[in-house]
Design a protein around this ligand. Structure first.
Ligand code: GNR
Ligand code: NI
Length: 173
């Protein structure tokens, strides 16, 4: 297993639409395991392959808290097949937008179809934080960041801060 470097916005690699996976190869399984390790190390509650420079439709998620048993999901080709009309607002962050947060409204509940590591098609119902996180990760696969869901003014403030952050981290490297 390995911890992979996470790409920080603004970066054109975060705006690409990722390609579906047709064969669940050993390389894909290794990628998913490395992504889970990278996510736990960060720490984060989700990670999408494009954040580690791989433009393929793979996400990992674990929203279990503190003392709880870990509950990792590793999803291949995740698809939203249903969204609720009711909305849920949550203060989102992103490992590719370090130290930036904003309230985002999304559908509260969803049904997600995906292929698991063994190649098995799976359908799950998600709600609350798990729903937020899975929708946030699927957005990454389509080149969308949480700042694309907020006002232009708030997005500009965050993007300006990130440009400064990237400059200073280059200078300090
Ligand atoms: O670690 C993360 N926390 C988070 C908090 C609120 C809404 C979404 C997330 S996902 C984020 C990790 C990440 O950037 N995944 O793409
Ligand atoms: Ni993110």
């Amino acid at each position: 297993m390995a911890i992979l470097p996470i790409i920080v916005a603004p970066d054109p690699r975060l705006k690409v639409k990722s390609a579906p996976i047709d064969v669940v190869s050993k390389d894909i399984i290794k990628l998913m395991d490395d992504m889970l390790e990278t996510m736990y190390a960060a720490p984060g509650i989700g990670l999408a392959a494009p954040q580690v420079g791989v433009q393929k439709r793979v996400i990992v998620v674990d929203v279990s808290m503190g003392e709880e048993e870990p509950n990792p999901f590793q999803m291949i080709n995740p698809e939203i097949v249903w969204l609720s009309d009711t909305l849920f607002s949550y203060e989102e962050g992103c490992l590719s937008l370090p130290e930036q947060f904003a309230d985002v409204e999304r559908p509260d509940k969803a049904k997600i179809r995906y292929k698991d590591k063994s190649g098995q098609e799976t359908l799950i119902d998600v709600e609350g934080l798990l729903s937020v996180c899975v929708q946030h990760e699927i957005d990454h696969l389509d080149g969308i960041l949480f700042v694309d869901h907020i006002s232009k003014i708030k997005k500009n403030v965050i993007m300006r801060k990130l440009k400064k952050f990237k400059k200073s981290s280059q200078n300090n490297a």
